[in-house]
Design a binder for this molecule. Sequence first.
Ligand SMILES: [Fe+2]
Length: 228
Amino acid sequence: MLFRSILAYIGVSFAAAAIELPDLPYSYDALAPSISEKTLRTHHSKHHAKYVNTANEMLKSDPSHAKLSAEKIIQDRKVRANNPSLFNNVAQAWNHAFYWKCLKPNGGGQPTGKLMGMIERDFGSFDALRTKMENEALTCFGSGWAWLGYDGKNRGHEKLVVIKTSGAENPMAFGITPLLTIDVWEHAYYLDFQEKRGDYVKAYFDTLVNWSFAEENLKSILPGHEEL
Ligand SMILES: [Fe+2]
């Protein structure tokens, strides 16, 4: 299915009942000073771990849902309506596994190739895309996520989109494939930036973002694509 290749790429398997806590692809101090070791260690080993452990506990006592992949749980409106706690913990486990790959030491810069071409086609320029994503991150009320995604719902009118989601919500629930995300829950930045979410988002784009990951995600959706 459409999202499996991304899931495989980020190294997380949800096919069985167990949801795993992946190791970070860098050390806890590798993103400093933009994200401190204390923030990253707490975010990964406490917050992400708790979502994973809680989801697994829920799935253990819920055989019907344990058979479903994480993507199915995230996309299934009945699960979300009838068991919001399961949805929240499974989605947050997935979101964080994805988020770690969106970051890298000495990140930043701009994407290349097909992704850059689509950004210029759909937003006008890279700067316009960045401004839009920053705005979504800053206007996400409370806790949530800002995403760059691929909307392939209308054949012949596929396009990149920028959206924000609240709480644990994930674009897959709306038929949009995630390419990149920013965690704007306060636990992601408060120790380093306090209330200045804008400074965290600026640091994300200037020093952290891993555009290669977004490019690989796009490639996994559009195998054999031609350069624009
Ligand atoms: Fe988080």
